[in-house]
Design a protein. Structure first.
Length: 330
């Protein structure tokens, strides 16, 4: 019997192991489970499977009953591997036979993703060889030592290397799943899922901002007023001096506070906000590309084209062709 309904929805299989982190498992069900087409139809079906179905111990004080086995992986369009407490002290040898056999069920061309230390499974299976990936910063030294053929980047919250994706710490799994929804169905759908989950649709910076850093005092380090002002003025040039003036501080101090709080530079943050504004306009309006570029603050269509290509890997016209109909409900 098939693990999935035959209704045309994108099929996501979550492969869990003993010691699974319930939070990471829940992320997949929550994010994909909320994604809806303009008419309200669910866009994804998510099932949980295990190398051997039955009771699966979590890293908490309860177990979960998993009824689907590895056959679900053979039917999936996307496979997600959450982390497990076993990943904190992984064996140096090959994957355990049941897990290796389960992964062998995945069809060629299936999108594969890991959350947090689930990257150990992907790397040990050879799926990350020669690819850019990330994982939790606490596991970085171990990963680099054991898998020298993987390019681990700890300055990002997630990576997407031609359909093989990895996320940093557990909560970065939210960013990764929203990225997948955004890739599949556009910013409008992903933003609606983010609103329903009460999380940002896109977090800037990497996990370095969370490593051994004291909690900033919002009375002295918040750059909120400057960011709010910038978002209201994206259609015009915004300078670092203007941003710093909104917080009554020098540009050097503002830049340092901004990076500590947001995890990236003011300039990179501004580009990302302009890209998101442009995507929303490309999806939801029939404005010419030149008008979208002006409204998003890029100035010229050529400048916007370069930035969209850099951030999203597509041109404005290609993005609109892919997502305009879906956002409009046609």
């Amino acid at each position: 019997m098939s693990a999935f309904a035959d209704d045309g929805r994108h099929r996501v299989a979550v492969l869990v192991r003993d010691g699974v982190l319930p939070f990471e498992l829940a992320i997949v069900h929550r994010i994909f489970g909320q994604a809806r087409a303009p008419g309200g139809a669910a866009l994804y079906e998510v099932v949980t499977c295990a190398p051997v179905p039955g009771p699966i111990h979590t890293d908490a004080d309860f177990t979960i009953a998993v009824t689907h086995g590895p056959e679900a992986l053979a039917e999936a369009d996307t496979v997600v591997v959450p982390g497990s407490e076993a990943d904190h002290d992984p064996a140096d040898g090959p994957l355990e036979p049941p897990l290796a056999a389960a992964l062998a069920n995945i069809r060629p061309g299936t999108r594969i993703a890991s959350i947090c230390t689930g990257s150990f499974v992907l790397a040990a299976a050879g799926l990350l060889a020669g690819r850019r990936a990330t994982t939790h910063w606490r596991s970085s030294a171990r990963n680099r030592e054991r898998f020298p053929d993987v390019e681990f980047d700890l300055d990002v919250l997630y990576t997407d290397d031609d359909g093989v994706l990895t996320s940093a710490g557990a909560a970065a799994g939210i960013d990764l799943c929203l990225h997948i929804v955004r890739t599949d169905h556009g910013a409008a759908v992903a933003n609606e899922v983010a609103r329903g989950t009460v999380v940002p649709p896109h977090r800037d910076g990497g996990q370095a901002q969370y490593v051994n850093q004291p909690v900033p005092d919002p009375r002295t380090t918040s750059t909120r007023r400057a960011r709010e002002w910038a978002l209201e003025n994206l259609h015009r040039p915004v300078t670092l001096r203007e941003l710093a003036a909104r917080e009554s501080t020098s540009t050097r101090t503002f830049t340092r506070r901004f990076r500590d709080e947001i995890g990236t530079s003011p300039g990179r943050w501004l580009v990302r906000q302009r890209v998101e504004r442009a995507c929303a306009l490309l999806e939801r309006t029939d404005l010419p590309v030149e008008a979208v570029a002006t409204a998003a603050g890029f100035g010229t269509a050529g400048s916007m084209r370069l930035h969209l290509q850099s951030v999203l890997g597509v041109s404005p016209s290609a993005y609109r062709a892919t997502f305009r109909g879906r956002s409009a409900g046609s």
